[in-house]
Design a protein. Structure first.
Length: 469
Protein backbone atom coordinates (compact mmCIF):
# COMPACT_ATOMS: atom_id res chain seq x y z
CA UNK A 1 0.00 0.00 0.00
CA UNK A 2 1.34 3.45 -0.95
CA UNK A 3 1.73 6.27 1.58
CA UNK A 4 -1.02 8.20 -0.20
CA UNK A 5 -3.40 5.23 0.01
CA UNK A 6 -2.56 4.72 3.67
CA UNK A 7 -3.21 8.38 4.42
CA UNK A 8 -6.57 8.19 2.65
CA UNK A 9 -7.53 5.15 4.71
CA UNK A 10 -6.59 7.03 7.89
CA UNK A 11 -8.65 10.03 6.78
CA UNK A 12 -11.66 7.79 6.10
CA UNK A 13 -11.42 6.23 9.55
CA UNK A 14 -11.14 9.66 11.16
CA UNK A 15 -14.30 10.91 9.47
CA UNK A 16 -16.35 7.75 10.05
CA UNK A 17 -18.04 8.80 13.34
CA UNK A 18 -19.23 12.05 11.78
CA UNK A 19 -20.28 10.32 8.56
CA UNK A 20 -22.15 7.64 10.53
CA UNK A 21 -24.08 10.30 12.46
CA UNK A 22 -24.97 12.06 9.22
CA UNK A 23 -26.01 8.81 7.52
CA UNK A 24 -28.56 8.24 10.28
CA UNK A 25 -30.72 10.91 8.66
CA UNK A 26 -29.45 11.03 5.08
CA UNK A 27 -29.33 8.60 2.15
CA UNK A 28 -25.92 7.14 1.39
CA UNK A 29 -25.59 9.02 -1.90
CA UNK A 30 -25.96 12.35 -0.08
CA UNK A 31 -22.85 11.86 2.08
CA UNK A 32 -19.48 12.04 0.31
CA UNK A 33 -16.28 11.10 2.13
CA UNK A 34 -13.87 10.13 -0.66
CA UNK A 35 -11.00 12.67 -0.28
CA UNK A 36 -10.62 12.99 -4.06
CA UNK A 37 -14.28 13.98 -4.30
CA UNK A 38 -14.52 16.19 -1.24
CA UNK A 39 -11.40 18.11 -2.34
CA UNK A 40 -13.32 19.33 -5.39
CA UNK A 41 -15.69 21.19 -3.05
CA UNK A 42 -12.93 23.03 -1.19
CA UNK A 43 -13.16 26.50 -2.71
CA UNK A 44 -15.02 29.02 -4.82
CA UNK A 45 -13.54 31.17 -7.61
CA UNK A 46 -11.68 33.75 -5.48
CA UNK A 47 -7.92 34.18 -5.62
CA UNK A 48 -5.69 34.55 -2.54
CA UNK A 49 -8.20 32.83 -0.26
CA UNK A 50 -6.95 29.73 1.56
CA UNK A 51 -9.16 26.66 1.61
CA UNK A 52 -9.16 23.83 4.12
CA UNK A 53 -9.90 20.14 3.75
CA UNK A 54 -13.53 19.15 4.33
CA UNK A 55 -14.24 16.10 6.47
CA UNK A 56 -17.38 15.34 4.51
CA UNK A 57 -19.60 16.84 1.81
CA UNK A 58 -23.36 16.57 2.21
CA UNK A 59 -25.89 17.12 -0.58
CA UNK A 60 -29.34 17.25 1.03
CA UNK A 61 -32.59 17.28 -0.93
CA UNK A 62 -35.05 18.23 1.84
CA UNK A 63 -35.39 20.75 4.64
CA UNK A 64 -35.48 17.90 7.15
CA UNK A 65 -32.15 16.64 5.90
CA UNK A 66 -30.60 20.09 6.34
CA UNK A 67 -31.99 20.19 9.88
CA UNK A 68 -30.40 16.81 10.59
CA UNK A 69 -27.03 18.07 9.34
CA UNK A 70 -27.17 21.12 11.60
CA UNK A 71 -28.28 19.13 14.64
CA UNK A 72 -25.39 16.74 14.05
CA UNK A 73 -22.92 19.60 13.59
CA UNK A 74 -24.12 21.25 16.80
CA UNK A 75 -23.90 18.02 18.78
CA UNK A 76 -20.36 17.32 17.56
CA UNK A 77 -19.25 21.00 17.41
CA UNK A 78 -18.29 20.61 13.73
CA UNK A 79 -18.14 23.69 11.48
CA UNK A 80 -20.50 23.85 8.50
CA UNK A 81 -19.71 25.67 5.25
CA UNK A 82 -22.81 26.24 3.06
CA UNK A 83 -22.27 26.23 -0.68
CA UNK A 84 -24.18 26.90 -3.86
CA UNK A 85 -22.54 26.74 -7.28
CA UNK A 86 -19.24 28.05 -5.87
CA UNK A 87 -19.17 30.82 -8.47
CA UNK A 88 -18.49 33.43 -5.76
CA UNK A 89 -15.48 35.72 -5.87
CA UNK A 90 -14.71 36.39 -2.20
CA UNK A 91 -13.88 32.99 -0.70
CA UNK A 92 -17.18 32.84 1.19
CA UNK A 93 -17.73 29.22 0.14
CA UNK A 94 -14.22 28.00 0.95
CA UNK A 95 -13.98 24.98 3.21
CA UNK A 96 -12.28 24.96 6.59
CA UNK A 97 -10.32 21.97 7.86
CA UNK A 98 -12.57 19.22 9.19
CA UNK A 99 -15.81 20.94 8.22
CA UNK A 100 -19.05 19.66 6.77
CA UNK A 101 -19.50 21.21 3.35
CA UNK A 102 -23.25 21.62 2.94
CA UNK A 103 -23.88 21.82 -0.79
CA UNK A 104 -27.43 22.91 -1.52
CA UNK A 105 -27.34 22.35 -5.27
CA UNK A 106 -29.68 19.32 -5.10
CA UNK A 107 -32.43 21.44 -3.55
CA UNK A 108 -33.31 22.86 -6.94
CA UNK A 109 -37.10 22.91 -7.19
CA UNK A 110 -39.25 25.86 -8.19
CA UNK A 111 -42.10 25.27 -5.77
CA UNK A 112 -44.55 27.92 -6.96
CA UNK A 113 -45.01 30.72 -9.46
CA UNK A 114 -47.99 33.00 -8.80
CA UNK A 115 -48.86 35.54 -11.52
CA UNK A 116 -51.52 37.08 -9.25
CA UNK A 117 -49.27 37.58 -6.23
CA UNK A 118 -46.25 38.11 -8.48
CA UNK A 119 -44.04 35.82 -6.45
CA UNK A 120 -41.98 32.70 -6.93
CA UNK A 121 -41.20 30.26 -4.14
CA UNK A 122 -37.96 28.39 -4.73
CA UNK A 123 -35.36 26.19 -3.12
CA UNK A 124 -31.81 27.55 -2.81
CA UNK A 125 -30.25 25.36 -5.52
CA UNK A 126 -32.37 26.80 -8.35
CA UNK A 127 -30.16 28.31 -11.07
CA UNK A 128 -30.79 32.00 -11.65
CA UNK A 129 -31.30 31.62 -15.41
CA UNK A 130 -33.63 28.65 -14.88
CA UNK A 131 -35.90 30.73 -12.67
CA UNK A 132 -35.79 33.68 -15.07
CA UNK A 133 -36.90 31.51 -17.98
CA UNK A 134 -39.58 29.75 -15.94
CA UNK A 135 -41.28 32.96 -14.80
CA UNK A 136 -41.01 34.43 -18.31
CA UNK A 137 -43.46 31.75 -19.47
CA UNK A 138 -46.00 33.37 -17.15
CA UNK A 139 -45.35 36.87 -18.47
CA UNK A 140 -43.22 37.70 -15.44
CA UNK A 141 -39.67 38.86 -14.84
CA UNK A 142 -37.09 38.13 -12.13
CA UNK A 143 -34.65 41.02 -12.57
CA UNK A 144 -31.43 40.17 -10.66
CA UNK A 145 -29.03 38.86 -13.33
CA UNK A 146 -25.41 38.36 -12.25
CA UNK A 147 -22.97 37.77 -15.09
CA UNK A 148 -22.79 34.14 -13.93
CA UNK A 149 -26.58 33.76 -14.15
CA UNK A 150 -26.33 30.57 -16.21
CA UNK A 151 -24.60 28.77 -13.31
CA UNK A 152 -25.10 30.68 -10.05
CA UNK A 153 -27.86 29.66 -7.66
CA UNK A 154 -30.58 31.70 -5.99
CA UNK A 155 -29.27 30.61 -2.59
CA UNK A 156 -25.81 31.88 -3.50
CA UNK A 157 -27.30 35.12 -4.82
CA UNK A 158 -29.10 35.60 -1.50
CA UNK A 159 -26.01 34.69 0.51
CA UNK A 160 -23.82 37.27 -1.19
CA UNK A 161 -26.51 39.87 -1.91
CA UNK A 162 -25.58 39.75 -5.58
CA UNK A 163 -26.52 42.22 -8.28
CA UNK A 164 -26.19 42.23 -12.04
CA UNK A 165 -26.43 44.29 -15.20
CA UNK A 166 -29.98 45.50 -14.62
CA UNK A 167 -29.47 46.93 -11.11
CA UNK A 168 -29.50 50.53 -12.33
CA UNK A 169 -33.24 50.24 -12.99
CA UNK A 170 -34.45 47.21 -11.07
CA UNK A 171 -32.20 46.94 -8.02
CA UNK A 172 -30.30 44.06 -6.44
CA UNK A 173 -31.26 40.67 -4.99
CA UNK A 174 -32.15 42.07 -1.55
CA UNK A 175 -35.02 44.05 -3.05
CA UNK A 176 -36.67 40.86 -4.36
CA UNK A 177 -36.41 38.61 -1.30
CA UNK A 178 -39.75 38.86 0.52
CA UNK A 179 -39.41 35.91 2.87
CA UNK A 180 -37.14 33.04 3.81
CA UNK A 181 -37.19 29.68 5.52
CA UNK A 182 -33.90 29.32 7.38
CA UNK A 183 -32.42 26.40 9.28
CA UNK A 184 -30.56 27.80 12.28
CA UNK A 185 -27.28 26.54 13.67
CA UNK A 186 -29.03 24.21 16.14
CA UNK A 187 -31.34 22.76 13.49
CA UNK A 188 -34.47 24.75 14.29
CA UNK A 189 -36.48 26.04 11.32
CA UNK A 190 -37.41 29.72 11.25
CA UNK A 191 -39.56 31.61 8.74
CA UNK A 192 -38.99 35.30 8.10
CA UNK A 193 -40.78 37.91 6.06
CA UNK A 194 -43.94 37.41 4.07
CA UNK A 195 -45.50 36.60 0.72
CA UNK A 196 -47.69 39.72 0.69
CA UNK A 197 -46.99 42.92 -1.22
CA UNK A 198 -46.57 44.82 2.07
CA UNK A 199 -45.52 43.88 5.58
CA UNK A 200 -43.64 45.53 8.44
CA UNK A 201 -44.14 43.10 11.31
CA UNK A 202 -41.13 43.20 13.62
CA UNK A 203 -37.45 43.48 12.78
CA UNK A 204 -36.59 42.82 9.14
CA UNK A 205 -34.78 39.53 9.65
CA UNK A 206 -35.16 38.68 5.97
CA UNK A 207 -32.84 41.52 4.99
CA UNK A 208 -30.46 40.46 7.74
CA UNK A 209 -29.95 37.07 6.11
CA UNK A 210 -29.47 38.52 2.61
CA UNK A 211 -25.74 39.07 2.24
CA UNK A 212 -24.86 37.16 5.42
CA UNK A 213 -22.91 34.55 3.40
CA UNK A 214 -24.27 31.57 5.34
CA UNK A 215 -22.86 32.84 8.63
CA UNK A 216 -26.24 33.18 10.39
CA UNK A 217 -28.31 30.28 9.03
CA UNK A 218 -29.00 28.05 6.05
CA UNK A 219 -31.57 29.36 3.57
CA UNK A 220 -33.75 26.44 2.45
CA UNK A 221 -36.64 28.29 0.80
CA UNK A 222 -37.16 31.78 -0.57
CA UNK A 223 -40.19 33.84 -1.51
CA UNK A 224 -39.12 36.14 -4.34
CA UNK A 225 -40.90 39.16 -5.78
CA UNK A 226 -41.50 39.24 -9.53
CA UNK A 227 -42.31 42.01 -11.97
CA UNK A 228 -44.31 42.03 -15.19
CA UNK A 229 -42.15 41.10 -18.14
CA UNK A 230 -40.92 44.34 -19.75
CA UNK A 231 -40.72 44.96 -23.50
CA UNK A 232 -37.64 43.73 -25.35
CA UNK A 233 -34.77 46.09 -24.63
CA UNK A 234 -32.61 47.79 -27.22
CA UNK A 235 -28.95 48.62 -26.62
CA UNK A 236 -26.79 51.53 -27.69
CA UNK A 237 -22.98 51.46 -27.87
CA UNK A 238 -20.99 54.67 -27.50
CA UNK A 239 -17.24 55.02 -28.00
CA UNK A 240 -15.27 57.58 -26.00
CA UNK A 241 -11.74 59.00 -26.26
CA UNK A 242 -11.27 58.66 -22.49
CA UNK A 243 -12.78 56.92 -19.49
CA UNK A 244 -13.40 60.35 -17.98
CA UNK A 245 -15.58 61.31 -20.95
CA UNK A 246 -17.58 58.09 -20.64
CA UNK A 247 -18.11 58.73 -16.92
CA UNK A 248 -19.21 62.26 -17.72
CA UNK A 249 -21.82 60.78 -20.05
CA UNK A 250 -23.04 58.51 -17.24
CA UNK A 251 -23.51 61.54 -14.99
CA UNK A 252 -25.39 63.43 -17.72
CA UNK A 253 -27.70 60.46 -18.33
CA UNK A 254 -28.58 60.02 -14.67
CA UNK A 255 -28.88 63.76 -14.00
CA UNK A 256 -31.21 64.00 -16.97
CA UNK A 257 -33.71 61.70 -15.27
CA UNK A 258 -33.31 58.81 -17.70
CA UNK A 259 -33.96 55.29 -16.42
CA UNK A 260 -31.97 52.85 -18.55
CA UNK A 261 -32.44 49.14 -17.98
CA UNK A 262 -28.66 48.86 -17.98
CA UNK A 263 -25.72 51.25 -18.24
CA UNK A 264 -22.43 49.39 -18.52
CA UNK A 265 -18.85 50.47 -19.14
CA UNK A 266 -15.87 48.58 -20.53
CA UNK A 267 -12.41 50.18 -20.65
CA UNK A 268 -9.94 49.67 -23.50
CA UNK A 269 -8.19 46.76 -21.72
CA UNK A 270 -11.48 44.92 -21.31
CA UNK A 271 -12.57 45.58 -24.89
CA UNK A 272 -9.28 44.20 -26.22
CA UNK A 273 -9.53 41.13 -23.97
CA UNK A 274 -13.05 40.36 -25.20
CA UNK A 275 -11.98 40.70 -28.80
CA UNK A 276 -8.96 38.45 -28.23
CA UNK A 277 -11.16 35.79 -26.64
CA UNK A 278 -14.27 35.89 -28.80
CA UNK A 279 -13.30 37.86 -31.94
CA UNK A 280 -16.41 40.02 -31.60
CA UNK A 281 -15.10 42.98 -33.57
CA UNK A 282 -15.51 45.54 -30.81
CA UNK A 283 -13.77 48.88 -31.51
CA UNK A 284 -10.31 48.57 -29.95
CA UNK A 285 -9.44 52.17 -30.82
CA UNK A 286 -11.82 53.37 -28.13
CA UNK A 287 -10.63 54.21 -24.61
CA UNK A 288 -14.01 53.34 -23.13
CA UNK A 289 -17.16 51.70 -24.47
CA UNK A 290 -20.48 52.58 -22.85
CA UNK A 291 -23.52 50.35 -23.31
CA UNK A 292 -26.94 51.79 -22.53
CA UNK A 293 -30.25 49.95 -22.87
CA UNK A 294 -33.93 50.73 -22.49
CA UNK A 295 -36.87 48.35 -22.15
CA UNK A 296 -39.50 51.07 -22.42
CA UNK A 297 -42.43 51.10 -24.87
CA UNK A 298 -40.36 53.31 -27.20
CA UNK A 299 -36.72 52.36 -26.60
CA UNK A 300 -35.52 53.95 -29.86
CA UNK A 301 -36.57 57.39 -28.67
CA UNK A 302 -34.87 56.88 -25.32
CA UNK A 303 -31.69 55.70 -27.01
CA UNK A 304 -31.71 58.75 -29.24
CA UNK A 305 -31.91 61.04 -26.23
CA UNK A 306 -29.12 59.23 -24.45
CA UNK A 307 -27.06 59.14 -27.64
CA UNK A 308 -27.25 62.93 -27.81
CA UNK A 309 -25.99 63.17 -24.22
CA UNK A 310 -23.11 60.84 -25.06
CA UNK A 311 -22.14 63.02 -28.01
CA UNK A 312 -22.30 66.11 -25.80
CA UNK A 313 -19.89 64.37 -23.41
CA UNK A 314 -17.43 63.73 -26.24
CA UNK A 315 -18.40 60.36 -27.70
CA UNK A 316 -16.62 59.75 -31.01
CA UNK A 317 -19.28 57.35 -32.25
CA UNK A 318 -22.76 56.38 -31.10
CA UNK A 319 -24.35 53.26 -32.58
CA UNK A 320 -27.84 52.16 -31.53
CA UNK A 321 -28.65 48.50 -32.09
CA UNK A 322 -31.23 47.91 -34.80
CA UNK A 323 -32.86 44.88 -33.24
CA UNK A 324 -32.86 42.42 -30.35
CA UNK A 325 -30.20 40.19 -31.94
CA UNK A 326 -27.70 43.03 -32.24
CA UNK A 327 -28.52 44.11 -28.70
CA UNK A 328 -27.89 40.61 -27.39
CA UNK A 329 -24.51 40.50 -29.14
CA UNK A 330 -23.42 43.64 -27.28
CA UNK A 331 -24.63 42.24 -23.97
CA UNK A 332 -22.79 38.99 -24.65
CA UNK A 333 -19.59 41.01 -25.02
CA UNK A 334 -20.18 42.62 -21.63
CA UNK A 335 -20.98 39.28 -19.97
CA UNK A 336 -17.72 37.84 -21.36
CA UNK A 337 -15.62 40.59 -19.77
CA UNK A 338 -14.43 38.77 -16.66
CA UNK A 339 -13.76 35.52 -18.53
CA UNK A 340 -11.81 37.42 -21.16
CA UNK A 341 -9.69 39.27 -18.60
CA UNK A 342 -8.86 35.99 -16.88
CA UNK A 343 -7.45 34.74 -20.18
CA UNK A 344 -4.98 37.64 -20.32
CA UNK A 345 -2.59 36.19 -17.73
CA UNK A 346 -4.37 33.10 -16.44
CA UNK A 347 -5.40 34.45 -13.03
CA UNK A 348 -7.41 37.44 -11.89
CA UNK A 349 -8.35 39.27 -8.73
CA UNK A 350 -11.74 40.85 -9.33
CA UNK A 351 -12.43 43.88 -7.20
CA UNK A 352 -15.97 45.00 -6.47
CA UNK A 353 -15.75 48.59 -5.33
CA UNK A 354 -18.86 50.73 -5.57
CA UNK A 355 -18.60 54.53 -5.48
CA UNK A 356 -21.10 57.38 -5.85
CA UNK A 357 -21.85 57.89 -9.54
CA UNK A 358 -20.39 61.38 -9.32
CA UNK A 359 -16.99 59.88 -8.39
CA UNK A 360 -16.93 57.19 -11.06
CA UNK A 361 -14.48 59.10 -13.24
CA UNK A 362 -12.10 59.60 -10.32
CA UNK A 363 -12.31 55.89 -9.57
CA UNK A 364 -11.32 54.85 -13.08
CA UNK A 365 -8.52 57.40 -13.25
CA UNK A 366 -7.21 56.13 -9.92
CA UNK A 367 -7.26 52.53 -11.08
CA UNK A 368 -5.25 53.50 -14.16
CA UNK A 369 -2.62 55.14 -11.91
CA UNK A 370 -2.48 52.02 -9.75
CA UNK A 371 -1.98 49.80 -12.81
CA UNK A 372 1.01 51.92 -13.87
CA UNK A 373 2.42 52.03 -10.33
CA UNK A 374 2.41 48.23 -9.98
CA UNK A 375 3.23 47.47 -13.64
CA UNK A 376 0.11 45.34 -14.03
CA UNK A 377 -2.71 44.88 -16.50
CA UNK A 378 -5.91 45.99 -14.79
CA UNK A 379 -9.08 46.02 -16.84
CA UNK A 380 -12.24 47.71 -15.64
CA UNK A 381 -15.79 46.74 -16.46
CA UNK A 382 -18.51 48.45 -14.48
CA UNK A 383 -22.18 48.65 -13.75
CA UNK A 384 -21.68 52.34 -14.44
CA UNK A 385 -25.27 53.32 -13.78
CA UNK A 386 -24.94 52.46 -10.09
CA UNK A 387 -21.23 53.20 -9.65
CA UNK A 388 -20.26 49.55 -9.13
CA UNK A 389 -16.83 48.98 -10.66
CA UNK A 390 -15.02 45.70 -11.23
CA UNK A 391 -11.31 46.54 -11.58
CA UNK A 392 -9.82 43.19 -12.53
CA UNK A 393 -6.14 42.60 -11.83
CA UNK A 394 -4.59 40.20 -14.34
CA UNK A 395 -1.47 38.33 -13.22
CA UNK A 396 0.56 35.15 -13.50
CA UNK A 397 -0.01 33.12 -10.33
CA UNK A 398 3.28 31.30 -10.91
CA UNK A 399 5.20 34.58 -10.66
CA UNK A 400 5.63 35.33 -6.94
CA UNK A 401 6.62 38.95 -7.46
CA UNK A 402 3.71 39.63 -9.80
CA UNK A 403 1.30 37.89 -7.42
CA UNK A 404 2.50 40.10 -4.56
CA UNK A 405 2.02 43.22 -6.65
CA UNK A 406 -1.44 42.02 -7.64
CA UNK A 407 -2.50 41.69 -4.01
CA UNK A 408 -1.06 45.09 -3.13
CA UNK A 409 -2.81 46.75 -6.06
CA UNK A 410 -6.09 45.07 -5.09
CA UNK A 411 -5.85 46.55 -1.59
CA UNK A 412 -4.96 49.96 -2.96
CA UNK A 413 -8.05 49.89 -5.19
CA UNK A 414 -10.24 49.21 -2.16
CA UNK A 415 -8.58 52.06 -0.27
CA UNK A 416 -9.29 54.33 -3.23
CA UNK A 417 -12.94 53.32 -3.20
CA UNK A 418 -13.33 54.18 0.48
CA UNK A 419 -11.49 57.47 -0.04
CA UNK A 420 -14.04 58.38 -2.72
CA UNK A 421 -16.95 57.72 -0.36
CA UNK A 422 -17.67 54.21 -1.63
CA UNK A 423 -17.84 50.68 -0.28
CA UNK A 424 -15.51 47.69 -0.59
CA UNK A 425 -18.18 45.48 -2.12
CA UNK A 426 -21.28 46.27 -4.12
CA UNK A 427 -22.40 42.71 -4.89
CA UNK A 428 -19.71 40.05 -4.40
CA UNK A 429 -19.66 40.01 -0.60
CA UNK A 430 -16.89 40.02 1.99
CA UNK A 431 -16.05 36.34 2.43
CA UNK A 432 -12.42 35.80 3.38
CA UNK A 433 -10.99 38.22 0.88
CA UNK A 434 -12.19 41.48 2.40
CA UNK A 435 -12.57 40.79 6.12
CA UNK A 436 -9.93 43.30 7.16
CA UNK A 437 -11.39 45.91 4.85
CA UNK A 438 -14.90 45.43 6.22
CA UNK A 439 -13.58 46.43 9.64
CA UNK A 440 -12.05 49.57 8.14
CA UNK A 441 -15.29 50.48 6.41
CA UNK A 442 -17.77 49.99 9.26
CA UNK A 443 -15.50 50.87 12.20
CA UNK A 444 -15.08 49.28 15.64
CA UNK A 445 -18.63 49.94 16.83
CA UNK A 446 -20.04 48.45 13.64
CA UNK A 447 -17.84 45.37 14.05
CA UNK A 448 -18.97 44.98 17.67
CA UNK A 449 -22.65 45.10 16.72
CA UNK A 450 -22.22 42.66 13.83
CA UNK A 451 -20.38 40.23 16.08
CA UNK A 452 -23.25 40.48 18.58
CA UNK A 453 -25.70 39.52 15.82
CA UNK A 454 -23.50 36.58 14.85
CA UNK A 455 -23.35 35.44 18.48
CA UNK A 456 -27.14 35.56 18.80
CA UNK A 457 -27.72 33.32 15.78
CA UNK A 458 -24.64 31.11 16.04
CA UNK A 459 -23.39 30.95 19.64
CA UNK A 460 -21.03 28.04 18.95
CA UNK A 461 -19.53 29.76 15.90
CA UNK A 462 -19.99 26.73 13.64
CA UNK A 463 -21.66 28.47 10.68
CA UNK A 464 -19.15 29.37 7.98
CA UNK A 465 -16.39 30.32 10.45
CA UNK A 466 -13.68 32.71 9.35
CA UNK A 467 -15.92 34.53 6.89
CA UNK A 468 -17.23 38.13 6.93
CA UNK A 469 -16.02 39.01 10.47
Amino acid sequence: MSRIEARRDEDTVATRPLADRLLAGLPAEAVLTDPDVTASYANDMASFCPAGTPAVVVLPRTVEQVQHVMRTATALRVPVVPQGARSGLSGAANATDGCIVLSLTKMDRILEISPVDRIAVVEPGVINATLSRAVEEHGLYYPPDPSSWEMCTIGGNIGTGSGGLCCVKYGVTAEYVLGLDVVLADGRLMSTGRRTAKGVAGYDLTRLFVGSEGSLGIVVRAVLALKPKPPQQLVLAAEFPSAAAACDAVCRIMEGGHVPSLLELMDRTTVKAVNDLAHMGLPETTEALLLAAFDTPDPAADLAAVGALCEAAGATEVVPAEDAAESEMLLKARRLSLTALEAVKGTTMIDDVCVPRSRLGAMLEGVERIAVKYDLTIGVCAHAGDGNTHPTVCFDAADAAESRRARESFDEIMALGLELGGTITGEHGVGMLKKEWLAREIGPVGVEMQRAVKQAFDPLGILNPGKVL
